[in-house]
Design a protein around this ligand. Structure first.
Ligand code: PMV
Length: 360
């Protein structure tokens, strides 16, 4: 067995859910309880290089931002490589891989680093092991690393379908992401108020499981989220930002309400998050279209029109946080989907550098 010379590099960007994914119906296949809708951003990305080694599987090496990965994060990546190898049928199946990844997203700070990370890993590992997957199947594969990663396979506005609810095998085939038809005049941006760049207290996987198991609000959450996803898709197609913003903010609030009702409560929002929510309400009262969304961390992302980004960012930088000081504010606009950048020995037909996003 010889190692693939050069290996494969893939780049994927983070996405922020506007209609949230919170809760799995199958935790092995990572099938979500509901569909979700997101926006892929330009600002935060992961670059991952996968090289096959002249060593048997079991000797995988994983380096993130220059440090060997360890603990639960390493276990997730190794399980993912095992999955890719089990799907690949050629002789390289038994070879170990060296994974080298660089994250331009504050890791574990609720800025969806797992989405860009597993989308990039799916693209690089699948290509390195000779799996010839189109985007739809890449999104199904990325889903197995981290649900939200399925959406980072595409740029711009994306829907991740819950898929066939009847049985897991049908769900596995039908739970994929695809780009949403978007009105050309819809010009959006996002300001991110970074309140705590430290690691989160409880990972989304564990927090979701606790919510599903103990929150009496979970059935109501699933019932309304499917309708929210459909309405958000309509608003994106119609270019109706106020309607989209309203749905997005409501979805975030409902997700946090659902997890707050778990026993014990899952709480990611901090006093500083509420201060940002007040500032967003003030911006709206002053006539600026701005809508907040929060994920598995205290940071608040504010959706607005592209032309309003500077005024929204200035509003957020002007906040006096409960502990003193102002939030650090990052600016983002819609970003591209997964791309494969370099490979010495690409099998024919795989997604190549600069390839246009194929229709779903
Ligand atoms: O893909 P995960 O397991 O990191 O879960 C993501 C969950 C949220 O970011 C809170 C919501 C979402 O839809 O991205």
């Amino acid at each position: 067995m010889s190692a693939e010379p050069g290996g494969v590099t893939a780049v994927a960007h983070a996405n922020i859910a506007l209609v949230k994914y919170w809760g799995k119906r199958d935790s092995t296949l990572i099938l979500p309880a509901t569909s979700s809708v997101s926006l892929t951003l330009d600002a935060f990305r992961t670059t991952t290089h996968v090289e096959l080694l002249d060593a048997p599987a079991g000797r995988d090496e994983v380096v993130l931002d220059g440090e060997p990965l360890a603990g639960a994060a390493l276990t997730k990546v190794l399980a993912f490589l095992h999955l890719v190898r089990s799907q690949a049928s050629r002789t390289a199946t038994a070879q170990a891989a060296r994974v080298t990844s660089t994250n331009e997203v504050p890791t574990g700070a609720g800025l969806a680093s797992s989405a860009s990370a597993f989308a990039a890993l799916a693209g690089a590992a699948a290509t390195a092991y000779g799996l010839e997957l189109g985007r739809r199947d890449l999104s199904r594969l990325a889903r197995r690393g981290s649900g939200s990663a399925s959406r980072s396979v595409y740029g711009g506005f994306v829907v991740w379908h819950a898929g066939d609810l009847a049985d897991p095998a049908a769900g596995d085939l039908t739970s994929y992401a695809e780009p949403l038809p978007t009105a050309p005049e819809l010009d959006v941006a996002m300001a991110v108020a970074v309140l705590d760049a430290g690691p989160k207290k409880i990972g989304s996987r564990e927090a979701m499981a606790a919510t599903v198991a103990t929150s009496p609000y979970f059935p109501a959450w699933t019932e309304h989220t499917e309708a929210d996803a459909a309405e958000a898709a309509d608003a994106i197609a119609a270019g109706d930002l106020p309607r989209l913003g309203e749905i997005a903010e409501a979805s975030a609030m409902r997700m946090h309400a659902t997890m707050l009702a778990a026993r014990p409560a899952v709480r990611y929002l901090a006093a500083s998050s509420l201060a940002v929510l007040d500032a967003v309400a003030d911006l709206r009262a002053a006539g600026v279209g701005a809508w907040a969304t929060m994920d598995a961390g205290p940071n608040v992302k504010v959706l607005c029109e592209g032309a309003d980004l500077d005024v929204v960012a200035a509003g957020l930088r002007g906040i006096v946080l409960p502990g003193g000081g102002a939030p650090h504010v990052l600016l983002a606009r819609p970003g591209p989907g997964l791309r494969i950048e370099a490979s010495a020995a690409l099998p024919a037909g795989v997604l190549a550098s600069g390839a246009a996003e194929e229709p779903a």
